[in-house]
Design a protein around this ligand. Structure first.
Ligand code: SF4
Length: 107
């Protein structure tokens, strides 16, 4: 089992700033690292989600101060297309299926 690394100090500071901005009314997507660079849709929506094709998007997501909010949003919407929060569509699909199985087993 891998231990989660603490975020880089600059990312931790960016997350703190983003959290404060959201408390003051900003929407999470206004603070996204990918905001303004989505002109090239191929970065976040590659034709095939191979490791190489999603590498750049994942690098951008690693610097994103609102990745947690992004993943929460994607899962809430059932968005399984493209890269969100460094995850591919199939990965989120698996998360949703596992979550659904857990819900079913606990009811
Ligand atoms: S985590 Fe990635 S896809 Fe989500 S908002 Fe941030 S940069 Fe964009």
């Amino acid at each position: 089992m891998s231990k989660e690394q603490p975020p880089h100090p600059k990312l931790a500071a960016a997350r703190a700033l983003a959290k404060r901005a959201m408390q003051e009314g900003a929407r999470w997507d206004e603070l996204a690292a990918c905001r303004g660079i989505d002109l090239d849709m191929e970065i976040f929506f590659p034709l095939s989600e191979t490791r190489d094709n999603v590498a750049l998007a994942r690098q951008i997501c690693k610097t994103c101060p609102v990745a947690v909010e992004c993943l929460d949003d994607a899962l809430a919407l059932g968005d399984v297309f493209g890269v969100r929060a460094g995850t591919t569509g199939p990965q989120r699909n698996n998360m949703l299926r596992r979550s659904s199985a857990i819900d079913t087993n606990t009811v």
